[in-house]
Design a protein around this ligand. Sequence first.
Ligand code: URP
Ligand code: ZN
Ligand code: ZN
Length: 455
Amino acid sequence: MDKIIKNGTIITAFDTYKADVAIEGEKVVMIANNIVDDKAEIIDASDKYILPGALDAHTHLEMPFGGTISSDSYEAGTRAAACGGVTTVFDFALQQKGEGIIQTAKRRNELCEPQACVDYAFHVAITDLTTEVLNEFKAAVDFGISSFKVFMVYKKEGLMVDDGVMCKVLKKGKEVGAMIAVHAENPDLIDMRTEEFLIEGKTSAWYHYLSRPEFVEAEADIRAIHWAKSLNTPLYIVHLANKQGMEEVKKARDEGYEIYAETCPQYLHFTSDVYKREDGRNFVCSPPMKGQESQDALWQGIKSGDIATIATDHCPFQSYEKDWGKDDFTKIPNGCMGIENMYPYMLSEANKGRLSFNRVVELCSTNPAKIYGCAPEKGTIAVGSDADIVIYDPNKEFTVSKDNMHSDVDHTIWEGLKLKGYIDTTLSRGRIVFKEGEFLGQPGWGKFLKRKPRA
Ligand code: URP
Ligand code: ZN
Ligand code: ZN
């Protein structure tokens, strides 16, 4: 054995118990009381919790978007991930016109592979669905890309697909065992409202929210769910942020449909009021933060089990880029940071009693691993699983500031957030990559995850 984590309390999605965890190479090899091996390095976890590393199923690292490139490189983003207890990152690879799916993944992998500090996977966003691309779905799944994404928005950016394309993707996805994720908002409503606001000289960040309020997102959620039900295909809705959409997800699930909803910490913590702030542009993302009723509905969905996963939608931009939209919200690059904040935020909420630690593990680790084809290697602590482990100190007080974060972004929307408990240590496949505030990993360590198809 190489390492033994001793005296801690293991928390999985299902159990909470005291035991030691023995690691050999990259794997967990034994879980038992009082494991002894004189040659092993001992990691003392007294008064601490031992959790599976989180999987962030939604990131945009060094992604061309909003007239620029999101400001965390694969190195910076995965470094910040490691420091926030995220041991697997799912990044979006955007298909370029005429490109094949595997070609898209390989193009992004060339950038990612030498930089990745934790393990990673790609969802390929389908933007140009030709017959060849449709016929390539099976080969892409065999290659290890078992999820695709479609955008119902971003028409001008060339990312949007229409309902016909979305339906073809849903059908083919089901046939080959791939999960289909959608960004659901109504593009025509957004364009109409934006045009009206600009004519009226209403240009502050608040109008970003009003250009895409609750019903703009809800309509698209309802439409996507309608198609998934009609075609009897699974569906994964990314960054769900509104109450009506949440209700629709619940209804479909109660009827027995395989509909998964992801939400993000920013929707659970902030409301649309942030857009009235002087620095409101820093919070501009799509879909925007919504009103209190929506936030309450999301927390309710977490309680009821209708929210399946939490992910970050990490897509940060530097202040000078956000400033492009100081006087015109349409010029603000859309996206916020959160890769280092998701697990600590959710665990802190558990520590304050809002939900159980087991449920946090389920939402941030076990469920994304299962839904996206990488369980049981990822998403739990069990004999044979990867030693992707977080040691969490429930007694540590932590205040988020850009100075104690590890990404390359010059600000954070989470500035000043006080957390009850914090991550002490992160292990990625048995290697310590974060300890007591310090990043100890290495670019190039993270491996591409070849994921399994859905059964
Ligand atoms: O504002 C966001 N969310 N930017 C990233 C792209 C997306 O829609 O997920
Ligand atoms: Zn999106
Ligand atoms: Zn996104």
